[in-house]
Design a protein around this ligand. Sequence first.
Ligand code: AMP
Length: 306
Amino acid sequence: MKLLVVGSVAFDAIETPFGKTDKILGGAATYIGLAASVMDVKSGIVSVVGGDFPQTDLDMLSDRGVNIEGIEIVKEGKTFFWSGKYHNDLNTRDTLVTEVNVLENFDPKIPASMQDAEILLLGNLHPGVQLSVLEKMEKKPKLVILDTMNFWMDSALDILMEMVKKTDVITINDEEARQLSGEYSLVKAAKKIHEMGPQFVIIKKGEHGALLFHEGKIFAIPALPLEEVFDPTGAGDTFAGGFASYLAKKGSMTFETMKAALIVGSAMASFTVEKFGTERLQEITADDMDRRIKEFKELTTFEVGV
Ligand code: AMP
């Protein structure tokens, strides 16, 4: 199956307790596209960059099999820029700068070559843009996956709710799930979010893993305990990218397949945090993924006699 990705392609400047970067390659769609390439899944990105965006980065994505026909280049514009600083525990960060730039007036265009994508992954962007991409697909995709954040709950709740209604799988973090539902218990929050539209609700809990809810069933996974977390930027996007790519590869969207997809997303995200930005994701191979998934299995499999 083909995966169509919508999201930012950006410059990021990141500061962690371990160092800081100047403007480096970032953006939700970039992480997702790279995750798809590691999984050897056909993907395409719909996004926009400015004339300041390096051709070498576009070539890198294209060389890795990501269809970049849907990345518009506004020659006289500037690429979206985000800057963030992590606190010592790496669980929280402050956004220092968000320059929306060319994303401000983004009118997404889906290339003909991606119109037949079966899975649509709407990466973190204005929900109005996410909705317009769904509406512009000539054939309704088999699965719509939505990633969103509290920023849109605060600034564009009505249109976000419209988007959520048309979503099959939503991925949000625990605090955002609480904000969206008004419930503290994540079980109750997931129930309320189900009622808003999505049959599948994934709640990410950072270093504590993730939960998948579907028709009264719950599946939980931990995050792989890592010796070193260097830069958490993009972990959520990589998780969503790994998750969606696994479904695309298997051509299946059942609860059982999603359980495995959750592991793949987590394993992939555990690589992203090991180096700055997309660096680690650009290095890893399918063999690296296999090894890490085995580590996950060992971490979570046990027998108990009662
Ligand atoms: P994550 O760490 O998974 O939340 O994702 C970080 C990525 O999201 C960075 O590479 C940023 O470029 C991108 N990003 C941050 N804020 C926004 C926003 N408001 N809209 C779109 N992309 C964003």
